[in-house]
Design a protein around this ligand. Structure first.
Ligand code: ATP
Ligand code: MG
Length: 652
């Protein structure tokens, strides 16, 4: 029966709770009912191009498109013949109406400083920065690396690139000089925008020093623009390095937006590296804007007076699509916070929500699990009544974490949008439409209109209800990646070679009897126990539902009898101690929750799990530890190397 080649993934998780939207929420939502959502889906199904052409009206085009889609498998072009500019869409078009003096960015620095930029102010700053880039020799099509802390200038720099048709490549400021050099090389960036340093938990991260280090190896960079953020002493090389303060402010705020082709590249960005060597994804302009702005309305139900906060760093795609391009194109007020959630104390996020009256809050499951570990008292100190909608992205959310989020943060009044998407998809693909779809904890629910997501066998046949399989997308969509930068072969190989004729996401999923999608994690992480293919996520969720467990990661390790045995790495809630008795109790708990098949063979307690810098658990590293393998492959995206050695020491 089951073999790695052909089998589906078995699903054993059974989560029955269901949360319909309140009548009050639905009546005010953009999409008010299931019928309305289904009608949109039907229209999109019958005439996908007509549907997306309709959505494209939300964007300001300099020149209209004459064709919606060209699908030369597996390469897509959207809105052909059109001319557009992303910065114009995020700024200029808001300036002629009441949004002109609306706050575009409300920013809070880690030390407690803050700034507010209205749309007019932001537009002026972007114009100045764009002119400065030109004066430093940047032209349309050139690549610019951005290595900045989460300060307003990060968004300004991205939009300034977009304004002149330069292609940005943002590198998360937590990455090392080595990772930066690699990414600069890959993009052949001509210029780097950085800062003297950034704040992280009260400490200075020496960004300029990392750039200097990186530029010893990366040879394409001619100029470097340096923002003063922390005031630390840095080396400035004459002719190469320029202070932002000395180049940008004296420029004219007026800079004509470049009228670029709809398919002009907007940016390249690397995936998180959860499963292996990160891929440099390329996104273009027109389709990407249409996808991100549409989802602001469908998923976040964005209204004119919302205060919207997505906690993702601009170093990740979430920061690109849902801190910068989507919300600003939609004219939102965006909150940006520079620092750590536990600085100076564990309640910084709740303080920010209270201070700015945040109404939409979008964060990651890893953060939510951390908040649970820190304890409820931090949340209870604050008034979170301004919130009306919550979101998550990045990993499957364990039902118990979902329920906590709903109760403690949302006061049982805010719908939760569990949004499934990828760096590659550019925008949200599967998510509740909050006024229309009843949520179930742990499920991203249903695909958005126009998104033809499906769960199939390796042969591409749809699986039955509650049968696990491969998550694919059958038709192209406007926000999709166009290729892997300068590597179209890897693009074909990574996404279009596994399942005939479809985009393969790399994730496993099942659909339940209501057609809801349950993303079960990466197919690479699936465990094969006695011929049963189990999803790590389901066993982890069972562990996390035990009151002592904060976080769990489950991997397979070779087992002579069963093929694979289950090994669980478990982090306990603050103040709990792990011992043999608790291990037994946890094993029993898993058996009770999902069955004897999923009983962990070994449990190891650990104060931390290896994660990517974006906070995702790297199971491939745990798998290697579990099987005693000493070579670990690519660890450049690992957040904290010491976690690995600690996990290893525990073996002895
Ligand atoms: P790499 O592709 O380099 O291994 P990565 O897949 O972690 O890294 P991202 O593009 O940041 O890089 O993450 C996308 C992945 O995150 C998805 O494929 C999925 O596995 C997971 N994911 C994102 N959102 C959700 C969600 N709401 N539910 C379940 N999984 C999610
Ligand atoms: Mg991926």
């Amino acid at each position: 029966m089951a073999s790695n080649q052909t089998a589906d993934i078995e699903s054993i998780l059974n989560e029955g709770r269901k949360f319909p939207p309140s009548r009050e929420f639905s009546s005010r939502a953009w999409i008010k009912s299931l019928a309305e959502y289904e009608e949109m889906c039907r229209r999109a199904e019958q005439d996908p191009e007509g549907f997306w052409a309709e959505c494209a009206k939300e964007i300001s085009w300099f020149k209209p498109f004459d064709k919606v889609l060209e699908w030369n498998f597996p390469f897509a072009k959207w809105f052909l013949g059109a001319e557009v500019n992303a910065a114009y869409n995020c700024l200029d078009r808001h300036l002629s109406g009441p949004r002109r003096n609306k706050a575009a960015i409300i920013w809070e620095g880690e030390p407690g400083d803050s700034r507010v930029l209205t749309y007019q102010m932001l537009a002026d700053e972007v114009g100045r920065c764009a002119n400065a880039l030109k004066s430093l020799g940047v032209e349309t099509g050139d690549r610019v690396a951005i290595y900045l802390p989460l300060v307003p200038e990060a968004a300004i720099a991205m939009l300034a690139c977009a304004r002149i048709g330069a292609i940005h490549s943002v590198v998360f400021a937590g990455f090392s000089a080595e990772a930066l050099a690699e990414r600069i090389d890959d993009a052949e960036a001509k210029l780097v925008i950085t800062a003297d340093g950034g704040w992280r938990r009260g400490q200075v991260v020496e960004l300029k020093r990392n750039v200097d280090e990186a530029l010893k190896r990366a040879t394409t960079v001619r100029k470097c623009l340096v923002l003063k953020r922390v005031g630390s002493k840095v080396e400035m090389r004459r002719g190469r390095d320029f202070w932002w303060d000395e180049v940008v402010p004296q420029q004219s705020p007026k800079c004509e937006p470049a009228r670029v082709d709809s398919e002009h590249p907007l940016y390249t960005l690397y995936t998180s590296g959860t499963t292996g060597r990160p891929k440099g994804v390329l996104h273009t302009t027109g389709g990407y804007l249409v996808h991100t702005i549409s989802t602001m309305r469908w998923v976040f139900d964005l209204k004119e007076d919302d205060i919207y906060w997505c906690t993702a760093d601009i170093g990740w795609v979430t920061g690109h699509s849902y801190t910068v391009y989507g919300p600003l194109a939609a004219g939102a007020t965006v909150v940006m916070y520079e620092g750590a959630p536990n600085f100076p104390e564990n309640d910084r996020f709740w303080q920010i929500i209270e201070k700015y009256r945040v109404s939409i809050f979008y964060t990651a499951p890893t953060a939510i699990r951390t908040f649970i570990k820190w304890g409820d008292s931090w949340v209870k100190k604050h008034d979170l009544s301004s919130l009306r909608l919550l979101g998550t992205v990045g990993e499957p959310i364990n039902p118990e974490a979902w329920v906590w989020y709903n109760r403690m943060i949302g006061g049982e009044r805010c719908p939760i949008v569990d949004t499934w998407w990828q760096t590659e998809t550019g925008g949200i693909m599967i998510s509740p439409v909050p006024g229309a779809i009843a949520t179930k904890p742990g499920s991203a629910t249903r695909p958005l209109p126009g998104i033809s997501a499906e769960v199939v066998t390796r042969e591409g046949k749809p699986v039955g209800p509650n049968q696990g399989g491969f998550l694919v997308v059958k038709r192209p969509w406007p926000g999709m990646l166009r290729t892997i930068f300068r590597d179209p072969e890897r693009y074909k190989q990574a996404y279009f070679s596994q399942i005939d004729g479809m985009y393969f996401t790399g994730d496993g999923a099942r659909r339940d009897e209501d057609g809801y999608f349950w993303v079960m994690g990466r197919v690479d992480d699936v465990i094969n126990v006695s011929g049963h293919r189990l999803s790590t996520m389901e066993v982890e969720s069972a562990l996390v539902s035990h009151p002592t467990v904060a976080e769990a990661a489950v991997v397979g390790r070779p087992d002579e009898l069963k093929g694979q045995g289950i090994m669980a790495f478990v982090t306990l809630e603050s103040g709990r101690k792990g011992d043999e008795r608790l291990k037994d109790e946890l094993r029993q708990h898993v058996v009770k929750e999902i069955g004897a098949l999923a009983r962990p063979d070994e449990i190891r307690f650990s104060d931390a799990l290896p994660k990517t810098r974006s906070g995702k658990i790297m199971r491939r590293l745990l798998r290697q530890i579990a099987s005693g393998d000493k070579t670990l492959g690519d660890v450049t995206t690992l957040e904290d190397l010491s976690v690995l050695s600690r996990l290893r020491e525990d073996e002895e």
